[in-house]
Design a protein around this ligand. Structure first.
Ligand code: GDP
Length: 367
């Protein structure tokens, strides 16, 4: 009898296990890759898989992890900090001499602050240190931090709504910088804050973009309007605005394409998108230029080109988690006068933060 019970239990386990395996195998077929967030963030993590874009992949294997302690800005800026702190160690170990100024200048340039900004920042700090007869390097570093904070202050970093709904926030920037991901993250935040959001899949040139945005919209609890691949981006955004107005939604987050046949085509397209967005009930209250921090000074050139075509109201600096080029924040503000409003620190839905200039400078310098 005991043997019979054991045999029945084992057979039952085999059946249940096999069934689960078959179910996983079947349900894994034809499933679009989940948005990147599930791969990296939250309380669960997914084992490494090749980044399959929008291709068909097996269902991910989910591994439970203990709830993560939220990393500080300092920890999340790992690489950007490294660029400064590597220099600071040796500077702090000595008194202030000629080499100190050269090294500080080099640290700023390497972190992509940009040569003109780096030179003028160091000159200002040096003048002040000389006037105040400062010889302690720790004090000089504090003065440098203050100078950077002052230069980063004074710009409006709020995200604005129009007086009359719906407000339209346009996202522009070259391909792959993180526009679609940013809309997804920000959409979730705005829905959580009580806004009614419509996403517009205006990147009709990239096959996967509308799919990607649809998944983000589902997760955020936002509506989405999309057109056929290759259709007119302006028409998609116009429809999204009309749909938002009809439903009483107050915010349209509009994706745009980052690649066309050539630069002047792209800029003409963006001007048209901007115009058409306001043809109906909507008002464009933000044009957010998305820049990938890992591209360094290239990002500054992009900002110049986009700012000439459309009135850019703010920058979203993405991928700062993987960049040693945090100084680009200074260059963008110092040379173009455009405020960095948001910072992307990863692929997950929580990895988008408001840019706080004081916290940013403090985090960069914390040894
Ligand atoms: P788009 O072409 O501008 O719409 O770019 P996507 O939104 O498709 O993003 C391109 C890639 O960058 C995707 O793999 C995103 O997950 C990734 N990405 C976006 N923002 C961040 C970020 O802040 N940090 C990191 N590490 N990756 C990001």
């Amino acid at each position: 009898m005991e043997i019979l019970i054991i045999v029945l239990v084992v057979a039952g386990l085999v059946l249940v296990g096999g069934g689960a395996y078959l179910y996983r195998g079947r349900s894994g077929q034809g499933v679009l890759e989940p948005p990147a967030e599930t791969r990296t963030g939250g309380d669960t993590a997914v084992l490494d898989r090749p980044d399959a874009g929008d291709t068909l992949v097996d269902e991910p294997v989910v591994v439970e992890e203990p709830p993560a302690v939220k990393p500080t800005l300092r920890e999340r800026l790992g690489k950007a900090r490294g660029a400064f702190t590597g220099y600071l160690g040796s500077i702090l170990a000595r008194g202030v001499d000629e080499q100190t100024w050269e090294e500080l200048e080099e640290a700023l340039i390497r972190a992509d602050v940009g040569v003109p900004t780096a030179l003028s920042v160091i000159e200002a700090v040096r003048d002040k240190a000389t006037a105040e007869k400062i010889t302690e390097s720790a004090e000089v570093v504090e003065m440098l931090k203050d100078e950077l904070k002052v230069r980063l202050s004074g710009l409006d970093r709020e995200l604005h709504f129009a007086d009359e709904a719906p407000s339209v926030w346009l996202f522009v920037g070259v391909n792959g910088v993180g526009k679609t991901t940013t809309i997804g993250k920000l959409g979730k935040r705005q829905v959580d804050a009580g806004h009614s959001v419509v996403m517009a899949a205006g990147d009709t040139f990239r096959a996967a973009a509308a799919e990607q945005l649809t998944m983000w919209a589902e997760r955020a609890g936002a509506d989405i309007i999309r057109g056929n691949e290759g259709s007119d981006p302006s028409a998609v955004i116009f429809d999204a605005v009309e749909s938002a107005a009809a439903k009483g939604a107050d915010l349209v987050l509009a994706d745009t394409a980052g690649r066309l046949h050539n630069k002047s085509n792209l800029m003409d397209e963006l001007r048209k998108v901007r115009r058409v967005s306001e043809k109906g009930a909507g008002t464009v209250s933000e044009v957010l230029l998305v820049i990938d921090a890992t591209t360094g000074q290239n990002g500054l050139t992009q900002a110049q080109v986009f700012a000439e075509a459309v009135e850019v109201t703010g920058v979203v600096l993405t991928k700062l988690d993987g960049s040693a080029k945090g100084g680009i924040v200074m260059a963008i503000q110092g040379e173009l006068g455009i405020p960095v409003k948001l910072v992307g620190l990863g692929e997950g839905v929580e990895d988008l933060i408001d840019f706080d200039s004081d916290a940013f400078v403090d985090a960069l310098f914390e040894v």
